[in-house]
Design a protein around this ligand. Sequence first.
Ligand code: SF4
Ligand code: SF4
Length: 104
Amino acid sequence: MSIEINKEKCVGCGRCTEVCPGSLIKIGENSNAEIKEPQRCWGCVSCAKECPVQAIALFLGKDIGGLGGRLFVKKEESLLHWTIVKPDGRKEIITVDSRESNKY
Ligand code: SF4
Ligand code: SF4
C-alpha cells in the first residue's frame, strides 16, 4: 500500500510528517509534502486522517475498492467520513463516529 499526495491541494502544514509512524513523509520543494519511501508505507492512514485539506489518498488494492481505487478521509468533529473512489469514478462513503469506535 502507499499514498498519493495531491500537490495542488497540499498547503504545507506538515501535520502528516508529524503523525507518520515511519517518518516517511517530508516537506519538499515548493512546501509540498512528499512521501520518501512509498514501498515502506503500511497503509495506517494516519496521514490522511490528519490532513486538513484531504490532499492525501490511500491507494487501494483489487480486494478493496478495485485496483486503482483510492481512499480519502474527512474529519468532521467526531465523525470520520471514509470515501472510496473506485477506478470508474463511482464513490462509496462510510461515516463512522469515533466516539462509538468500540462498537465496530
Ligand atoms: S499511511 Fe501511515 S505509514 Fe503510510 S505514509 Fe501515511 S502515516 Fe505513513
Ligand atoms: S497534512 Fe496535508 S496539507 Fe499538510 S503537509 Fe501533509 S499533505 Fe500537505
